[in-house]
Structures are given as structure tokens and as C-alpha cells.
Design a protein around this ligand. Structure first.
Ligand code: HEM
Length: 397
């Protein structure tokens, strides 16, 4: 007998854990029928292998016009709707997607990332100086988790220093969950205008930065560049910011793990991977639509059905990870799916890793007595967002 479709669960037991119901579902079967807000019935992938299959199999599409949304949080238009616009490669399939992906990979060179490292270290120290000057207690999100990646994005885009603040203000308002809708919309429009101006400047005088490289490739129209710029911002800024905020909260809430890391800074690479796995901040999707009937781990996904891939559930699959519910910075988080898998796997993952490997140790070194400045349950979290994180993190030292 066919199982009754469930609604996407959202009963998160704590700030670091995915919805409680996911583990029970995964135990029953790696794929569960899922009901969507428009009446569509698709699937929820909770098993590690099922998630990888859906993300890697070319019979599953990322195209926007094929999507349905499993719950309405006001961002349905970002996920489902008409076909992708020029340059919106996150919602395209190969070979269209591959063309953009190649152009971007050509700019994310090891040399450019290496060059960014000292700049990221500088930016981090500047933010820490400000945080220290502001004095204990402060909101770590405002002083550290947001400004570090926002300045790194400025480096990536080659935003001139004179316009840094303007750019950062647009970014800040767009991701501010408490900003009224109109303000966020205005910031969005202003950001697009800002990007258009930046593209025009770089066409005239390209610099050494990543975005100049894309403009200078001569292969992309202004429309494509604007959409790519927007994806880079969306994918690269809020994600890393949330990892820095939620990651610090997790470390401060696990004193044994924090002590281990403070005692042996060489553990940082493993700690970053484990924080990525344990927190799996992309809590909603990726989504894929079946282009034909496909069997996934015993479930028959019919042509046209949409699968919500639960990365948090996959990253806690006991069939793949030992003791997956525990945060263990010395454990093996290798193979986690936090950056996705398959053709759309995160393009900025090395950059994100570099940022975290620099930022966490710098923070801990600067403030040896860093602690939460409120009760853990009073830290406001972004529960109903695509990207999970903390809205504020009051800390003291
Ligand atoms: C901790 C931080 C980050 C996380 C957790 C993360 C996660 C992800 C995930 C799960 C995907 C796959 C989406 C899908 O399959 O539909 C993705 C794609 C992508 N990410 Fe990231 N990301 C992070 C940081 C970054 C950074 C710093 C950048 C660049 C500045 C970036 C750029 C991208 C781009 C361009 C894609 C689309 C790739 C494609 O469609 O081919 N990400 N990211």
C-alpha cells in the first residue's frame, strides 16, 4: 500500500539539530512521499545514498519551471516559476549549466584563492578590532559573522573601497530578517543597480578580481553577469555568515569541543568540516524534478515529481556517519553533503572553508574568555528560512 504523504517537518528540537521527525522518517525509509502547498505529491529524501543519487543523476533536473514548493514561506518565486533567466545557472541543467559553470571555475583559481587568504586574515582582524572596541557584550552576528563574509564578497567583486559601505548596506538589509518587506525590496533594487554600475566600470577598466575576470572573459552579457553576480552574493554571503554565527554558538555551547580546539589549533580543518556537517545550514532543499520515472533506493519517483533533498537528514544518516547526532571535531565528517553533490555542488566551497579556517581561530585567539551573554534558549534562530542560523548572538568576554 502507498504511504500517505507527509508535510515537510519543522519541529526543530534545538538550535543545532534538524527537525526531530526527520530521523524517524529516515529510519522507516530513505525516501518518503511528501505533500506540497499546491497539492503536488513528491518526495523527501532523508537517506545519505538517496540524497546523493537524486543530486547526481542526470534524470533529475534543477530547472525552475519544473519545481513545486513544499511549504510557502514567501520565497516561492525564488524556487518555482518560469524558466531560468540568462545566467541563472543554479536553476539550469547541463549543458546550459555547464557553460556557466566552466566560466566561473576558470575564475575561482587556486592562485586567486591564495591571494585572497591574506586579505581575509586582514578583514577578520579589522572586524575583531571593531568588536573589541565596541566592548563586551556585543552582538557577534553584527560585529563579526556578517561583516567578515560581506567584506570578502567585496574583495571577490572588486568593489572599490569608497563604495564598500554602500555595498555592505545593501547586502545587510537584504538578509536582515527583521527589515520590512519594502526595505528589503528597495535594497534588492539598489543592489542590482549597483551591480550594473560595477559591470560597466569593469568593462571599461577590469581589475584583478574574480568578477573582473568574468566580465573580461567577453562571453557574458550584462544580463547574465547581473544574474551571476546575484547568485554569487546569495550563495556566498549569507551562507558563510550563518556558519560563522551558528558555528560560534555551537562551539560556545559545547565546552569540551571548544577546549579541544583551543588546546590544539591544528584541529581547525576537521572542526570546520564537522561544524559544516553537524549544522548543515541549508535546511530547505535542494529541490530536483524527475525528467522520467526513476527508482531511488526502492522508491519509484514518477516523471514530473519533485524531490526535496534534506541535506541535514542525509548528514546525520547513521548508515554513513558514526555517532552522527554528536558534534565531534575529531570525528570524520568527510563526505558530508553540506555543499551539495553532483553538477551543482557548491562552487565557493574552498572559499567558504578558507574563511572559516581563518575566522574561527582568530576569534578564539582574540577573546580567550569568549562566552554567551544570554541564556542559550534566548538566542533567536532563523527557523523558517532556507538557510538556518542565528539572528543575533550576544557574547561577552
Ligand atoms: C558555508 C557556506 C556555504 C554553504 C553551506 C553552501 C552550500 C551550497 C549548496 C548546498 C549548493 C548546491 C545547491 C544545489 O544543488 O541546488 C551550493 C551551490 C553554490 N554555491 Fe555555495 N555554499 C556556501 C558558500 C558559498 C560561497 C562562499 C560561494 C561563492 C562566493 C558559493 C557559491 C555557490 C554557487 C555559485 C553555487 C551554484 C553552483 C551551481 O549551480 O553549479 N557558495 N552552495
Amino acid at each position: 500500500m502507498e504511504q500517505c504523504p507527509i508535510a515537510l517537518p519543522f519541529d526543530r528540537p534545538g538550535p543545532f539539530d534538524p527537525p526531530r521527525a526527520l530521523a524517524g522518517l529516515r529510519e522507516q525509509a530513505p525516501m518518503t512521499p511528501l505533500s506540497f502547498v499546491d497539492g503536488h505529491v513528491g518526495w523527501l529524501a532523508t537517506g545519505y545514498e538517496a540524497a546523493r543519487t537524486v543530486l547526481a543523476d542526470p534524470r533529475f533536473s534543477a530547472r525552475r519551471e519544473l519545481m513545486h514548493v513544499p511549504l510557502d514561506l514567501g520565497f516561492a518565486h525564488e524556487i518555482a516559476g518560469g524558466p531560468p533567466e540568462a545566467g541563472e545557472f543554479l536553476r539550469m541543467d547541463p549543458p546550459e549549466h555547464t557553460r556557466y559553470r566552466r566560466l566561473l571555475i576558470a575564475q575561482f583559481t587556486a592562485r586567486r584563492l591564495k591571494q585572497l587568504e591574506p586579505r581575509i586574515a586582514e578583514v577578520t582582524q579589522t572586524c575583531l578590532d571593531r568588536m573589541e572596541a565596541a566592548g563586551s557584550p556585543v552582538d557577534l552576528v553584527r560585529e563579526f559573522a556578517l561583516p567578515v563574509p560581506s567584506r570578502v564578497i567585496c574583495e571577490l567583486f572588486g568593489v572599490p573601497y569608497a563604495r564598500l559601505e554602500e555595498f555592505q548596506n545593501h547586502l545587510g538589509t537584504m538578509v536582515d530578517t527583521d527589515a520590512p518587506g519594502e526595505e528589503a525590496m528597495e535594497a534588492y533594487t539598489a543592489f542590482l543597480e549597483f551591480l550594473a554600475g560595477l559591470i560597466a566600470d569593469k568593462r571599461k577598466a577590469p581589475g584583478e578580481d574574480f568578477f573582473s575576470g568574468l566580465v573580461d572573459s567577453g562571453e557574458l552579457s550584462d544580463e547574465e553577469l547581473t544574474n551571476i553576480g546575484f547568485i554569487l552574493f546569495g550563495a556566498g554571503f549569507e551562507t558563510t555568515a550563518n556558519m560563522l554565527g551558528l558555528g560560534t554558538f555551537a562551539l560556545l555551547s559545547h565546552p569540551d569541543q571548544l577546549a579541544l580546539l583551543r588546546g590544539d589549533p591544528s584541529l581547525i580543518d576537521g572542526a570546520v568540516e564537522e561544524l559544516l556537517r553537524h549544522l548543515t545550514i541549508i535546511h530547505f532543499g535542494p529541490l530536483r524534478a524527475a525528467l522520467e520515472d526513476v527508482e531511488v533506493e526502492g522508491a519509484l519517483v514518477r516523471k514530473g515529481q519533485v524531490v526535496v533533498v534534506s541535506l541535514p537528514a542525509a548528514n546525520r544518516d547513521p548508515k554513513r556517519f558514526t555517532d552522527p547526532e554528536r558534534l565531534d571535531i575529531t570525528g570524520s565528517a568527510q563526505g558530508h553533503l553540506t555543499f551539495g553533490y553532483g553538477p551543482h555542488q557548491c562552487l565557493g566551497q574552498q572559499l567558504a572553508r578558507i574563511e572559516m579556517r581563518i575566522a574561527f581561530p582568530a576569534l578564539l585567539e582574540r577573546f580567550p574568555t569568549l562566552r554567551l551573554a544570554c541564556a542559550p534558549e534566548d538566542v533567536p534562530t532563523k527557523d523558517m528560512m532556507i538557510v538556518h542560523g542565528v539572528k543575533k548572538l550576544p557574547v561577552a568576554w
